[in-house]
Design a protein around this ligand. Structure first.
Ligand code: NDP
Length: 451
C-alpha cells in the first residue's frame, strides 16, 4: 500500500510513500523497546547532549525542512521556516529536562522516602496534517528527554518532514530505533499504537471524533493518553478595546495556515455598540490578507490541504450569510478565499470547527453575554480578549472555559508555556515547564533505616 502526495498549491502529484502494515509497525515497536532500555540507562547529561546535537542538526536543515513543508502542505515559506526553527527550539528546551527531572524527598518515620520520575517506555505519537513538524516535536522532544523511545505516525497526507526528522535524529547520533517515524493509515498504524501492549502512552492530535475513539481504546488498555483536539475559539472585542488593533489583527488570528489551526479564532464576538464600526475596519484588513504562491516570502496564506477538505470547508457556506471575502488565486490548487460570515449563536458555522479560512462574526450585549457566548460551543481550546479595562480582562479570562487565552493579542503557542484544551478540545497539556514530566510516571521508594 502507498499514498500519492499532491502539492496543494498546484494539485500536481509529486511522490509516492509506502504505508506500513501492522506487522511492520510491530517490528518497529520491538526495536523501540530495545533502544529505550539503553537510552533510559544513559546519564541524564548524555541524553541532554544527544538532544542538543539533534537540535543542531535540525537547525542546519531548517531550509530543507521548510521547502518540504511548502511542497507537501502548502504552508507559506515564511511560516514553514518558523516551524522548522521551532522544532529545533523545542528540542533545545527539552534538552534542559533530563538533568532537572528531580523527584522529592518526603519526610517519613523509620527511614527515607524518595520519588523518581520513571519513563513510560515506548510512547506512540499520532500527528495530524495541519502542522506536521511542530505538533510532532511537541510530543517527541519531551518524551525522549524523559527517557522514552518514540514511535511517530504522521498524517498520511503530510509525512515528509516527519520522515526527514527521523533521518536527522540518526545523523545527530541518536540510537537506531529510538525515534522511529512510521508512515501509515490511522486505522492501521495509529490503532496499533493504541492496542499494542508495549506502547505505554499515546499522544493524539486531530479531530474530536477520532480522539474520542483513541481515548476509549487507550482506556481499555489502561494507557495514559494526551488529546489535542478541535476548537471554535472566540476572539472577544469589547467596546472599550483598541478597535483598530483588534480589527487589524483578526485576519491573522483565524486565516493563518488557511484556518487549518486548532487555535484559529474562528468566532469574532463583538460588543453590539461597536459591531458596525468593527466590521468596517475588518473588511480592508481581510482584503489586504495576502493569499498566493506559498513559495513567495510575502505570502501570508497558502491553499487548503486537499480537494476533499476544500469541498468540506466550502459546504459551510451553503447556508451562511457571507458579509465579505478576500481573494485567492485560481488554477488547480486547493484555493479558498478568506471569508467573513454573519452568524447567530445556534448556526452550524458558529458551533462546528470549519478548519478553513472562514470566520463567523456575532454581536453580544455586555460582559456576561460575551462570556456566555464564548462558552457556548462544545470546544474550549484558545481565545482572545480585546479590552483596555484590566478588571474586565481578569474577569473574562477567568470566566472563559479555554486552555489557552490571550489578552490584547492572539498568542497561543510558546514552547515554554503550557498548551492544551478544555471540554471537547482535549485532555492533558503539552509544552511548558512540565512537558517532560508528563511523559513519566512517579515511583515512590521507602528505604527503612532500621539496622
Ligand atoms: P483525524 O482526526 O482523522 O486525523 C488525525 C490523525 O489521526 C492522523 O494521523 C490520522 O491518520 C490519525 N487517525 C485517523 N483515524 C485513526 C484511528 N482510528 N486511530 C488512530 N489514529 C487515527 O483528522 P482529519 O485529518 O480527518 O481531519 C478532520 C477534521 O479534524 C479537520 O477538518 C479538523 O476539523 C479536525 N482536525 C483538528 C486538528 C487539530 O489540530 N486539533 C488537526 C487535524 C484535524 P490518517 O492521516 O491516516 O487519517
Amino acid at each position: 500500500m502507498s499514498v500519492t502526495l499532491i502539492d496543494p498549491s498546484t494539485g500536481v502529484p509529486f511522490r509516492e510513500v509506502q504505508l506500513a502494515s501492522v506487522e511492520e509497525t510491530d517490528a518497529v515497536i520491538a526495536r523501540a523497546v530495545a533502544a529505550q532500555r539503553g537510552w533510559a540507562a544513559l546519564a541524564p547529561g548524555a541524553r541532554a547532549d544527544a538532544l542538543r546535537s539533534f537540535a543542531r542538526v535540525v537547525e542546519d536543515h531548517v531550509e530543507e525542512l521548510a521547502q518540504l513543508e511548502v511542497q507537501n502542505s502548502g504552508h507559506p515559506i515564511s511560516s514553514a521556516r518558523w516551524e522548522a526553527a521551532h522544532v529545533a527550539q523545542v528540542l533545545n528546551f527539552s534538552a534542559g529536562a533530563p538533568e532537572r527531572l528531580s523527584g522529592q524527598q518526603i519526610p517519613v518515620a523509620g527511614g527515607m522516602n524518595v520519588t523518581f520520575h520513571e519513563p513510560y517506555g515506548v510512547v506512540g505519537i499520532i500527528v495530524p496534517w495541519n502542522f506536521p513538524m511542530t505538533i510532532a516535536s511537541w510530543g517527541f522532544a519531551p518524551a525522549l528527554a524523559a527517557g522514552n523511545a518514540v514511535v511517530l505516525k504522521p498524517a498520511e497526507l503530510t509525512p515528509l518532514t516527519a520522515l526527514r526528522l527521523g533521518e536527522l535524529a540518526l545523523e545527530a547520533g541518536l540510537p537506531e530505533g529510538l525515534f522511529a517515524v512510521i508512515p501509515g493509515a490511522g486505522a492501521v498504524v495509529g490503532q496499533r499504537f493504541v492496542t499494542h501492549p508495549d506502547v505505554r502512552a499515546v499522544v493524539f492530535t486531530g479531530s474530536t471524533r477520532v480522539g474520542t475513539e483513541v481515548a476509549a481504546g487507550c482506556a481499555r488498555m489502561l494507557k495514559p493518553v494526551t488529546l489535542e483536539l478541535g476548537g471554535k475559539s472566540a476572539n472577544i472585542v469589547f467596546d472599550d478595546a483598541d478597535l483598530a488593533k483588534a480589527a487589524a489583527s483578526a485576519p491573522g488570528a483565524v486565516f493563518d495556515n488557511a484556518g487549518q489551526d486548532c487555535c484559529a479564532r474562528s468566532r469574532i464576538l463583538v460588543q453590539r455598540s461597536v459591531y458596525d464600526r468593527f466590521l468596517e475596519l475588518l473588511e480592508p484588513a481581510v482584503q489586504a490578507w495576502r493569499v498566493g504562491d506559498p513559495k513567495d516570502p510575502s505570502t501570508e496564506m497558502g491553499p487548503l490541504i486537499s480537494a476533499t477538505h476544500r469541498d468540506r470547508v466550502s459546504s459551510y457556506l451553503d447556508d451562511a450569510r457571507v458579509a465579505f471575502r478576500g481573494s485567492a488565486p485560481g488554477g488547480e490548487g486547493f484555493w479558498f478565499a478568506p471569508t467573513v460570515v454573519l452568524a447567530d449563536p445556534g448556526d452550524r458555522i458558529a458551533q462546528e470547527e470549519v478548519f478553513g479560512p472562514v470566520v463567523a462574526v456575532l454581536p453580544f450585549e455586555d460582559e456576561a453575554d460575551a462570556v456566555r457566548l464564548a462558552n457556548d460551543t462544545a470546544y474550549g481550546l484558545a481565545g482572545s480578549i480585546f479590552t483596555e479595562n484590566l478588571g474586565r480582562a481578569v474577569r473574562v479570562s477567568r470566566g472563559v472555559r479555554s486552555g489557552v487565552l490571550s489578552v490584547n493579542s492572539h498568542s497561543s503557542v510558546r514552547y515554554w508555556t503550557p498548551f492544551g484544551g478544555m471540554k471537547a478540545s482535549g485532555l492533558g497539556r503539552e509544552l511548558g515547564p512540565d512537558a517532560a514530566e508528563h511523559f513519566t510516571e512517579t515511583k515512590n521508594v521507602f528505604f527503612a533505616d532500621a539496622p
